[in-house]
Design a protein around this ligand. Structure first.
Ligand SMILES: [Zn+2]
Length: 399
């Protein structure tokens, strides 16, 4: 990193490949702070404030407020949640309960702030109700052009609460225990979106625990709440509108007005397509049922690399079974369950041409269903992490 001070503008240059232009930070009101910190050659915390919070939205704008608060505040106790302490992220996030979006966002910000060398947040778009869609990038920047990226998402279906919890746990482990996973991180870069459908997820916390869809409402159908939103996992363009996807807005599996009518699916599509050639593995986490499903979902047939898909899926299934003795069924989605067109896994395989794409249906098998009790979160997210890690470690052996 190089720095240059011109009058009251501090310009930071970075080697971070995600940052396309130099960064200008206006520090005029705090020039005495600037000079003190300059003497100490201690820009680390300032840089973390800049880079850790959001690497697309905020970087081109001056950040006087955040920066000044950080530089000004000499008392750690005054800092919100101790989020800006040196060292590890001390956010009080846990897996004892299912967390709300505000906590999830602040936790991600905290991690990105403290682990700027390995994690960045990329806001890829907004939900219908204007919540940011924050993709976490984890990696060390090696082999950035090779086909070495992995996509993981959760929370596309609002009521499947164990899914975002699992994806957040995967982020935590990869970031905090980075050294244990150097083998993986030397070979792969992760792009992880913990909550694809944040509006629906919040709605399940505030209004209707069993809500599944997005909250879009292009035609103002508030008279009947049931008819709001689309099923974001029937909204993808590959074989959109086929079997198992309803044209009726009042149905749970409503496909949407057209493919990618939902801002959430559109944002993910645009992001993945901008680097589709780099993705080798695409994982989308759902619940419930304990299935590891590969394409196709729209029709009862298997893609040409189904043997490899089966083998890699089995690797995850075996690893997961060792954690809590839960058995997973592995197979092609339409064959194991039922045909459902317009799913993200079919799109990832058929359109984005990602060779290994899976839908993982987390526990349980139906006793609690979507309402998996909070005391079971910890063991379940551990199981999910072990399965994903086994899959990623085995991925090298697959073409
Ligand atoms: Zn689902």
């Amino acid at each position: 990193m190089r720095m240059k001070k011109v009058k009251n503008v501090l310009t930071l240059y970075t080697r971070n490949p995600n940052l396309k232009s130099p960064l200008e930070v206006l520090l005029h009101p705090f020039s005495s702070l600037l000079s003190r910190h300059k003497r100490q050659l201690n820009f680390g915390s300032l840089v973390r404030t800049m880079f850790g919070v959001d690497s697309t939205q905020n970087l081109n704008q001056p950040q006087q407020f955040r920066t000044s608060r950080h530089l000004n505040d000499q008392s750690p106790n005054k800092r919100p949640n101790n989020v800006f302490n040196n060292g590890a992220c001390t956010h009080k996030f846990d897996w004892k309960t299912y967390q709300r979006m505000d906590r999830i966002y602040s936790y991600l910000d905290c991690l990105a702030f403290h682990y700027v060398d390995r994690m960045q947040i990329i806001t890829i778009g907004k939900s219908y109700e204007n919540r940011p869609l924050k993709v976490v990038r984890i990696g060390n920047g090696a082999n950035a052009q090779a086909r070495n990226a992995i996509w993981i998402d959760g929370g596309i279906h609002a009521r499947e609460w164990i899914s975002p919890a699992s994806v957040l746990f995967i982020i935590k482990r990869l970031v905090e225990d980075y050294d244990q996973f150097r083998d993986v991180l030397n070979n792969y870069e992760f792009y992880i979106l913990p909550v694809v459908n944040p509006d629906g997820y919040e709605f399940t916390h505030t209004h209707n625990r069993m809500w599944r869809k997005t909250r879009s409402n292009p035609r103002g159908l508030r008279r009947n709440n049931r008819c709001v939103g689309a099923d974001p996992n029937r909204n993808w363009s590959y074989e959109w509108g086929g079997k198992g996807a309803s044209p009726n807005p009042c149905d749970e599996t409503y496909r949407g007005e057209r493919a990618f009518s939902e801002s959430e699916t559109m944002a993910v599509r645009n992001f993945i397509m901008s680097r589709a050639h780099r993705f080798k593995l695409f994982l989308t986490m759902h619940s419930y049922g304990q299935f590891i499903l590969y394409p196709w979902g729209h029709e009862r047939m298997a893609p040409n690399n189904w043997r490899q898909l089966e083998l890699l899926g089995a690797t995850a299934g075996e690893a997961m079974r060792e954690v809590n003795d839960h058995r997973y069924t592995i197979g092609s989605a339409a064959q194991v369950l039922y045909p459902a067109a317009g799913g993200s896994d079919d799109w990832a395989r058929g359109q984005a041409k990602i060779p290994y794409t899976y839908t993982i249906e987390l526990p349980d098998t139906g006793r609690y269903g979507f309402l998996l009790p909070a005391p079971r979160i910890k063991s379940t997210v551990q199981e999910a992490f072990v399965g994903v890690l086994a899959m990623v470690r085995a991925l090298n052996q697959f073409p």
